[in-house]
Design a protein around this ligand. Structure first.
Ligand code: NCD
Length: 322
């Protein structure tokens, strides 16, 4: 997280290994809360968190909302659809409105790569800014929850081999994961058809391959990416059937993975395209675990950004919170 008068979480590139581990460890403390009958902590009482979503979202928005509420913050959900944004209001004017309302943190998802940076650095608002996905650029909390899930399932990240498969070109999840996993010592391999492999990938801290099958037996985890049709302005592969045959995860392919390996997907899934229903619902799939972990990770991010300096959960009278 960037130092300075206001801290933000904009990119995984800003996170040192220590920053990332602090977030994961704090999230692990918050995860213990999820098993209690009363899941709420008073930590962010009186603080306001705004979810500012210019792009559709199910998981991420609900996850941030749940995280903020579990910390007792007030939450305002703002989605571009149905707001004055559809009347042409600019990001700047929306930001000034949020500032006037006294938002302490703004969680922003924007269709433009760099949208969160602009909001954080244009001088319009004093809030902490959390990037919840900016165009095809970054989605740092997704990478953090993926790292959390991998650490929990594989017992660590150092030296673990993670294969990221599919529509890498349009994927902010892939970009954030490559950076964070490299920082945390994992070995990442990107697999995509040539048309969906980004230019300049040779300069990224990972290896790449156009073929999936040879990589499978050497993978501790395989992260399947959604084919992002809404960002495709041309045909990137001949047919869906062909894509699924070459790059989809089905039972036959899953059988080529080492026994301990897991299959991940950030959701939303195109069942039958990049992942078969059988794999998605199998014991090796971490899809719902990723969603659950997302809440703890986002609690940790909000807590750390909004200046929680006391121990995350505290040791005083446990009974009182039950
Ligand atoms: C991802 C996103 O929005 O970038 N989804 C998510 O946050 N859970 C991936 C995707 O949309 O495919």
């Amino acid at each position: 997280m960037s130092a300075g008068p206001r801290r933000h979480l904009l990119s995984t590139a800003d996170l040192s290994a220590e920053d990332a581990m602090l977030i994961l460890d704090t999230a692990a403390e918050f995860a213990r809360l999820a098993d209690r009958p009363i899941k709420k902590l008073p930590t962010l009482r009186g603080r306001t968190v705004v979810n500012l979503f210019y792009e559709d979202s199910t998981r991420t928005r609900i996850s941030f909302e749940t995280a903020a509420k579990r910390l007792s913050a007030d939450v305002i959900n703002f989605s571009a659809k149905g707001s004055s944004v559809s009347k042409g209001e600019s990001l700047k004017d929306t930001a000034l409105t949020l500032e006037a309302m006294g938002a302490d943190a703004v969680v922003v998802r924007h269709w433009a790569s760099g949208g969160a940076h602009r909001l954080a650095h244009a001088g319009w608002i004093r809030s902490a800014v959390v990037n919840a996905g900016d165009g095809t650029h970054e989605h740092p909390t997704q990478a953090l929850l993926d790292a959390y899930t991998l650490r929990a399932r594989l017992g660590g990240l150092e030296g673990r081999r993670v294969t990221v498969v599919g529509d890498v070109l349009h994927s902010r999840v892939a970009r954030s994961n490559v950076r964070l996993l490299a920082t945390l010592g994992a070995e990442v391999t990107l697999v995509a058809p040539p048309t969906l492999m980004p230019f300049g990938v040779e300069g990224w801290p990972c290896s790449s391959s156009y073929a999936l099958d040879p990589v499978l037996p050497k993978s501790d985890a395989v992260m399947m990416l959604r084919v992002q049709r809404e960002r495709m302005d041309q045909a990137f592969f001949p047919t869906e059937r062909e894509y699924s045959r070459r790059y989809g995860m089905h039972a036959d392919r899953m059988a080529q993975l080492p026994e301990h390996a897991v299959v991940m997907h950030p959701g939303p899934m195109n069942r039958g395209l990049e992942i078969s229903a059988e794999v998605a619902d199998s014991a090796r799939s971490t899809v719902t675990e990723q969603v659950a972990n997302g809440v703890s990770v986002r609690m940790a991010v909000l807590y750390l950004l909004l200046g929680g300096s006391e121990p995350a959960i505290g040791t005083e009278d446990e009974g009182e919170r039950r």
